[in-house]
Design a binder for this molecule. Structure first.
Ligand code: PLP
Length: 397
């Protein structure tokens, strides 16, 4: 007996019926299934720092909770946290925001989701530079908008040019989503690429959603620049960031968006009607993270820097695989075109035969085909084992 006469799918909205679950989470799920069968899987699929949140941050949150900070707080975030974020944006990024121009969200992902809900509707085109983080396109689609996939090419080191952007802009384009340092490619944008984006956005009267989540995780002396700091860009930029990656606080769910009040006040409607606010005592921990000692970040990044070089060497020794050291974030985006396999086939074989979970590049858009993403935010030993196993299965040069 069916409880309803309609098929379950008839109750679903098109926006979810047509959406796929996150492919990166799907990889981790598959790895978990193998582990449950007693197989020792090295999971390089996720994007979670392999460090525990610093002690003083944990203590600040625990102290807040024990002191009774267990109630609803201001929807857009506590004033001490919004002030700490404003101070960070000023000192790190040269950006001036009043606390009223900031919304604290449960993770940076929620900030992006809320902004997309506030800005995108049917008939609106949003440009996404691909390979791109897996959630941008589904967010735009769930809001009823149309994704314009701007495919970058590996042979030009995923470089963004004005010509490429111009070839994709339409009269319906309202926004462009930018992510530097990039997940999955690790690319850190250069001056000429910033100029291409800024020129396009000004000439076509667009707004930018800039995801700067990995700004602190950057190598070889490269420098992160915030798009909102370019002349004339503050007014047309929403800056997204969070504490997940830089402070090893993924599970805390603290992120934020900063931008002009004309946008922030509207995004706040989506925020208050969905999540109310980010967790009260997590926000107390976030204040300690932003205002306390910062050395921890450098220590973490040095460890990833070492692993970045090691994994690049390990992967490049596999026949058909090229993997120069990444520029930023903690992902190696290895070129596997020389193996003759597509990214899904490679990732499946890596999991089933080498027991190493990696993400197929196609998960990041068609432009990511021919690549796999490996997270090196894991121990040196795990990375060594992974390279060893992949070498045995796919062969060495
Ligand atoms: N943006 C990018 C590019 C990411 O890789 C991630 C997490 O993996 C996020 C945003 C969201 O991070 P969180 O929601 O943990 O702040």
């Amino acid at each position: 007996m069916h409880a309803t006469h309609r098929a379950p799918s008839e109750f679903l909205a098109g926006r979810v019926r047509d959406a796929s679950p996150s492919p990166t989470i799907a990889v981790s799920d598959k790895a978990r299934v193998l582990r449950a069968q007693g197989i020792d899987v090295v999971d390089l699929g996720g994007g979670d720092p392999d460090f525990i949140t610093p002690e003083h941050v944990r203590k600040a949150a625990a102290d807040a909770m024990n002191a009774g900070d267990t109630h609803y707080v201001a929807a857009n975030g506590t004033l001490p946290l919004k002030k700490a974020i404003a101070a960070k944006l000023k000192s790190d990024n040269g950006l001036t925001y009043d606390p009223s121009e900031i919304i604290v969200t449960p993770g940076g992902k929620q900030a992006l989701f809320e902004a997309v809900m506030a800005l995108v509707e049917p008939g609106v085109d949003v440009m996404i530079l691909e390979p791109a983080w897996v959630s941008y396109a589904p967010m735009v689609e769930m809001a009823g908008g149309n994704v314009v996939h701007v495919g970058l090419t590996p042979d030009g080191n995923w470089r963004i040019t004005r010509d490429l952007l111009e070839a994709h802009v339409t009269p319906a384009t309202r926004a462009i989503m930018v992510n530097s340092p990039n997940n999955p490619t690790g690319r850190v944008l250069e001056e000429s690429e910033f100029e291409a984006i800024v020129g396009l956005v000004k000439d076509h009267d667009l707004i930018i959603l800039t995801d700067e989540m990995y700004e602190k995780i950057i190598y070889d002396g490269r420098v992160h620049r915030s798009l909102a700091s370019w002349p004339g860009m503050w007014e047309r930029t929403l800056t997204f960031n969070g504490l997940s990656k830089a402070y090893a606080m993924t599970g805390w769910r603290v992120g934020y968006v900063a931008g002009p009040r004309s946008f922030i006040d509207e995004i706040a409607k989506v925020h208050s009607h969905s999540v109310t606010h980010a967790t009260s005592f997590a926000q107390a921990g976030a204040v300690a993270a932003l205002t306390g000692p910062q050395e921890f970040i450098g220590d973490m990044v040095s460890a990833w820097d070492r692993r970045r070089v090691a994994i690049s060497r390990g992967l490049s020794s596999i026949s058909g695989v090229e993997c120069p050291p990444t520029e930023g974030a903690f992902y190696a985006f290895a070129d596997i075109r020389g193996t003759g396999m597509d990214s899904m086939a490679f990732a499946d074989r890596a999991l089933q035969e080498a027991h190493v979970a990696v993400v197929p590049g196609v998960a990041f858009g068609n432009a990511g085909e021919g690549h796999i993403r490996i997270s090196f935010a894991t121990s040196d030993e795990q990375l060594e084992t992974a390279a060893e196993r992949l070498g045995s299965v796919f062969g060495r040069r």
